[in-house]
Design a protein around this ligand. Structure first.
Ligand SMILES: Cc1ncc(C[n+]2csc(CCOP(=O)(O)OP(=O)(O)O)c2C)c(N)n1
Length: 458
């Protein structure tokens, strides 16, 4: 049995009208068949079935307004995930551009809010005063606040990218920045990643502090030459005379149902490059504090946000100038039996796994890497010296990955403390499939972490 959920047509869509059903209970739907029409203030969209299955029940009648994204709207017989709907963009209204929907990333973050939940108890950073007020903030707003604060502080800081100004960001991360800072400091560009990334690197070398937003890191590949060959290497190649203080940021990692070219993790790609710093935060406080640190850093920084986490809320300390140091991992849960390392969205899965394993009497320590380059192996090694076992978890591919590096460092620095060979959890070694059931099978989650933990403690 599979519930068809109300899809999100755009990254910011929260609800819509279910205008028409093309199916009724008892019908057998086939893959690609249009089953419903959905309307928001921005677009009308047809929903297609991905696989075949019998319609057991229509849960939301046609004509229903304000149906929240992710509400079950119909029930199909069949394997879980096999008949999930594929939204098909249709006739966006002219006055409302939907860059993400038209790029194929329409159905993204809201869908996953339940799979990347935050920890119930968060360990506090030592730098947060004990009496600091904590304010629930989405990751999207935490990133926005970081940019706004740094732009107020330093007039050399500016933001450039596709749809960052008028549209306020494809994921609404630059909300109201154009209004506050004007169009000289919040700059819309054509669809030319290679062009505007190069312009950013030149501006950085000339003394400005650009933040270059990629609509997703997938499109940042067009600009990879500027990131690696220009930004990362110039300090070395100029004998220390020319710096490029620049932040490249945007959504990274697996999105939902957008297929291989729109859905991949660049952590290991950039973390290999000398001259770059690479940051991949998990929660909103780190997103804010680390982005502020990245903007101030004199080096080029690759800042990997998770495409499916922008709408998630976490506690952010309400302190004057919240800056989290680059290059320091964070122990998010203390434990004694096994160390789990993770970054970005995988931290949520690691914490979920740790909670489930605790019910069986297995105590996991979860280390959030936060910065991938430079990697804080001291914190990891310290943890492994205590637990004697290691599982690394990452969303990207395994070979030559972040986990491979973590394991190598632990073997180098704590070989004698290991009681079992370390294990790596990662995506299957394939480009991410589009089909819902294969997508689920390809990506790592809490279940795969639990399996690996049980294997290393066996
Ligand atoms: C290299 C790259 N950058 C960004 C995107 C995201 N994207 C997809 S469609 C689109 C807007 C396209 O606008 P336009 O060229 O005017 O075509 P339209 O779809 O409006 O006819 C953007 C920015 C992409 N697919 N590839």
């Amino acid at each position: 049995m599979t519930d068809i959920l109300m899809p999100a047509l755009s990254p910011t869509m929260e609800e819509g009208t279910l205008t028409k059903w093309h199916i009724k209970a008892g019908d057998v739907v086939s893959a690609g068949q249009v089953i419903a029409e959905i309307e928001t203030d921005k677009a009308t969209m047809e929903v297609e079935a991905v696989d075949e299955g019998e319609v057991l029940e229509i849960l939301v009648p046609e004509g229903s307004e304000n149906v929240k994204v992710n509400t079950p709207i119909a029930r199909l017989a069949g394997e879980d995930g096999a008949a999930a709907p594929a939204p098909k963009a249709d006739a966006p209204k002219a006055d409302a551009p939907l860059p993400i929907a038209t790029s194929g990333s329409g159905e993204t973050e809201e869908k996953t809010d339940d799979t990347a939940v935050g920890p119930k108890v968060q360990l506090r950073d030592p730098e947060i005063p004990a009496d600091a007020k904590l304010v629930k903030t989405t990751i999207r707003d935490a990133l926005r606040d970081a940019m706004a604060e740094e732009m107020r502080r330093d007039d050399r800081v500016f933001l450039i990218g596709e749809e960052v100004a008028q549209y306020q960001g494809a994921y609404k991360v630059s909300r109201e920045l154009l209004q506050e800072f004007g169009d000289k400091r919040v700059v819309d560009t054509p669809i030319t990643e290679h062009g505007f990334a190069g312009l950013g690197v030149g501006a950085a070398m000339a003394g400005l502090k650009p933040i270059v937003e990629f609509m997703t890191w997938n499109f940042g590949m067009q600009a990879i030459d500027h990131i690696i060959n220009s930004a990362a290497k110039t300090l070395y190649m100029s004998g220390g005379q020319i710096r490029a203080p620049i932040v490249f940021r945007g959504p990274n990692g697996a999105a939902s149902r957008v297929a291989a070219q729109h859905s991949q993790d660049y952590s290991a790609w950039y973390a290999q490059v000398p001259g770059l710093k690479v940051i991949a935060p998990y929660d909103a406080a780190d997103a804010k504090g680390l982005l502020k640190a990245a903007i101030r850093d004199p080096n080029p920084v690759v800042f990997l946000e998770h495409e499916m986490m922008y709408g998630l809320e976490f506690d952010v300390p309400d302190v004057e100038d919240y800056v989290v140091p680059i290059g320091k991992a964070k122990v998010r849960r203390e434990g004694t039996d096994v160390t789990i390392t993770a970054h970005s969205r995988m931290v949520g899965f690691a914490l979920q796994a740790a909670e489930k394993l605790a019910e069986e009497g297995i105590s996991c320590e979860v280390v959030d890497l936060r910065t991938l380059r430079p990697l804080d192996h001291e914190t990891i090694v310290e943890s492994v010296k205590k637990t004697n076992r290691l599982v690394s978890a990452e969303e990207g591919w395994g070979p030559m990955g972040v986990g491979a590096e973590v394991v190598a460092r632990v073997i180098e620095h704590a070989f004698d403390y290991l009681d079992a060979p370390p294990l790596r959890v990662h995506q299957e070694d394939v480009p991410l499939p589009y089909a819902a059931n294969l997508e689920v099978l390809s990506l790592p989650g809490a279940d795969k972490i639990i399996k690996a933990v049980k294997q290393v403690i066996a």
